[in-house]
Design a protein around this ligand. Structure first.
Ligand code: CA
Length: 229
């Protein structure tokens, strides 16, 4: 796997023994590894954004301070567009589907063999995951308490508001279809009335304004969806 030599990988896992096994396996395979034990640590390691230079992220879904899917969305909203491989405790379909809706590229159910993790990680990095550039914004999403932080302060978000805003921010400048937003914001299979999504977006607009970034807004694209720009 010469083409992944020296590639920098962020490993986020709260089980210290498993984290060590993964880190050791990746280092032996030539990866440069940075570890974190929770979502806050992951976001600190990622720093301001794309500049942290990671080639991929291995991200446990069950973290002590946050849901790994929300951490992934926070990374995406900061413009970190590298492949993300989720680790799931249970091989449950709804977890896997919502992991993809949250911006994940692959997943691996525990227990797994490190050689399988290495194979998938190498394939993900070689394949790459080009995404749209994210607009530079002073807004930050905090997955630990589902908050939006901006120049004028913090705004609490519900988990659904958080996931909708993260999906919009991660695709900033582009139209996000209504069904994509529903898949990001609600559990798989949830029946969401047409105007429910609009009510959520109306609340998000108020919270964006209160967080103090007047430059950014959610535009309605009639009959299609919404665009954060
Ligand atoms: Ca865990």
């Amino acid at each position: 796997m010469g083409d992944v030599d020296g590639a920098r990988v962020l490993v986020v896992e709260d089980d210290a023994a498993l984290r060590d096994v993964i880190a050791r396996g990746l280092r032996q395979a030539g990866f440069d590894v940075v570890t974190a034990g929770d979502g806050s640590g992951a976001l600190r390691a990622a720093g301001a954004g794309a500049g942290a230079g990671f080639s991929a992220v291995v991200l446990d879904i069950g973290l002590p301070d946050s849901d790994g899917r929300d951490v992934c969305q926070a990374l995406r909203a900061r413009g970190i567009d590298v492949p993300v491989l989720f680790l799931t405790a249970r091989d449950q379909l709804h977890d896997v589907l919502s992991a993809f809706a949250a911006g994940g590229d692959d997943h691996l159910a525990k227990p797994f063999h490190v050689s399988e993790l290495l194979a998938r990680l190498g394939a993900m990095i070689r394949r790459g995951a080009p995404r749209a550039a994210v607009a530079d914004t002073a807004l930050r999403l905090d997955p630990a308490d589902h908050a939006l932080a901006g120049p004028a302060g913090r705004q609490p978000l519900t988990p659904t508001e958080y996931r909708l805003l993260a999906a919009l921010m991660a695709a900033s400048g582009q139209v996000v279809r209504r069904r994509t937003l529903v898949a990001a914001g609600w559990p798989h299979g949830a029946l969401v009335a047409e105007n429910t999504l609009d009510q959520y977006v109306a609340r998000l607009r108020r919270k964006l304004a209160a967080a103090g970034d007047d430059e950014r807004a959610i535009a309605t694209v009639h009959g299609v969806g919404y665009r954060f720009a």
